[in-house]
Design a protein around this ligand. Sequence first.
Ligand code: SF4
Ligand code: SF4
Length: 92
Amino acid sequence: VNLDALIGAVRYEVDEDFAHLWIKDHEVCQGCPAKPCLAFCPAGVYHLDRAGQVMVSYQACLECGSCRVGCPFHNIGWALPRGGYGVAYKLG
Ligand code: SF4
Ligand code: SF4
């Protein structure tokens, strides 16, 4: 899969009122030295703020599903975006 092409084909209908991804417990993240979420997300949704806390830019999510299996502590909450929101692929 050419992720750059895929990302380029994405358009977003951002739902500003509802985060469909969230960190369940920031203390768990502090005890997660590897922080694989910073690397496995193709959209760079997870990043650290200045205090070293994991932030979730859910608006950029491509709904690839990786974070539902990638967090070793199952610390990422996930819900389906509300109807009409989220990612729409222009391919096909
Ligand atoms: Fe937190 Fe999971 Fe990311 Fe580790 S992988 S920093 S527990 S969200
Ligand atoms: Fe990133 Fe995929 Fe998780 Fe969205 S579903 S936050 S694109 S890893």
